[in-house]
Design a protein around this ligand. Structure first.
Ligand code: FES
Length: 106
């Protein structure tokens, strides 16, 4: 599946993701700037915050309590489409998923 990352300078990087990887892991693997992922994906740092394109929101499993709590502490303001990219697992159905990197993660 292809994942599109909209970077801070508004350019888009489109990369081929492996099903089973998280959107965060895919970003790290492809050197996407703006996703820090300090905790390495254990859902405890909130520095992998992204804004998910609206048309994909319904395809994601909803945030659990821990993610929901962390999203309240993101460096860039939380929006209705805010998610932690380490909690989004790539599946074939998510082909074309578009996420925007926030202004800042720290
Ligand atoms: Fe730390 Fe996602 S990588 S919460």
């Amino acid at each position: 599946p292809t994942i599109h990352y909209i970077l801070k300078d508004s350019t888009t990087r489109s990369v081929e993701a492996k099903a089973g990887d998280s959107v965060m892991e895919t970003a790290i693997r492809h050197n996407i700037r703006g996703i820090d992922a300090e905790c390495g994906g254990s859902c405890s740092c909130a520095t992998c915050h992204v804004y998910v394109a609206d048309e994909f929101l319904a395809k994601l499993s909803p945030a659990d309590d821990m993610e929901d709590e962390l999203l309240d502490g993101t460096a860039s303001e939380r929006a209705a489409n805010s998610r932690l990219s380490c909690q989004i697992i790539v599946t074939p159905e998510l082909d074309g998923l578009t996420v925007r990197v926030p202004e800042t993660q720290v």
